[in-house]
Design a protein around this ligand. Sequence first.
Ligand SMILES: [Fe+2]
Length: 304
Amino acid sequence: MSMTNLTPSADTADSGEAGHPFHITKEEERRLRLQGARAVPSPVIGQATSFDEYARQLMIPPAVMDLARKAADLRLSAWEVEAMRKHLAPAESDEHMGLLRRILRRKYDQDSSHPPYIRVACTGRGDFDDLATEHGHLDSLDDTEGDIGSPVVLEIWPAQHYSPIHSHGHTSGIVFCLAGQLDVMLYDSLKWDATKLGLVTLTPGQCAWLTKETYAVHRVFCPMDGGDGSTGPGFMNSTDEFGASFHVYLNPDETAVLHEDGESYNRDVFDYIREDDHRRDKFQTHSDLSWSVLRRVLSSTPLT
Ligand SMILES: [Fe+2]
């Protein structure tokens, strides 16, 4: 990649502004956004409007271009966005809490080292599907098969919430923005003080990508209005703003190009850096909800 990397020393917090989630100053943010915009190959796939942009996208691998092309027309409808807002909004009482806010609270209770986000498996089950019937959103659940490793995932990012730094290993995939706004910081390796390669912002219709060689390590953050307080460990937002993204991950044997290096990384487990002790850990890719359950809950949500 032809980029000028920020060295870890240049990246060290040197003012009070360098807080969560990226630990950079305003000046570093400006430089990293410039690096993201000039990076080759381009970290963002879009319809090129200049020769320069076309040239930056030229060497994006065909396997991820194919995934991006297939996702290009995906959007959440206005009513789906409104219904998601209702289910994410802070509640006055437990009884009136939406399904998505309830799941966020459960995840927060399990791990408050970073503000939680929600993974929705487009195939297979979710760990919290039962909450939809338990709290009266649905009468019954479908008999859905599946566990970890859904190749297609919808992720819901409440405003000011973020993921740890994580790697998608040997998979090839896309992060396609469906709603709101998402910041993606790219890193050169999976460690707490990894060099930052660039910062890009995705809006609906824009698509980031990754392969095992390129942009496999990142952190995702929703920069929208999260209400009072600064984001960080223990933060939970107080608005219904959110970003949503559609993720596809193909294992090495599912892409047209085979890597014969004998390793067996796949999307069932992704490595990440823990926010509390900065050590490497493994995330089994369980999802929180299944899309079949969420779609039924959203369609039965009154939008008044
Ligand atoms: Fe990711």
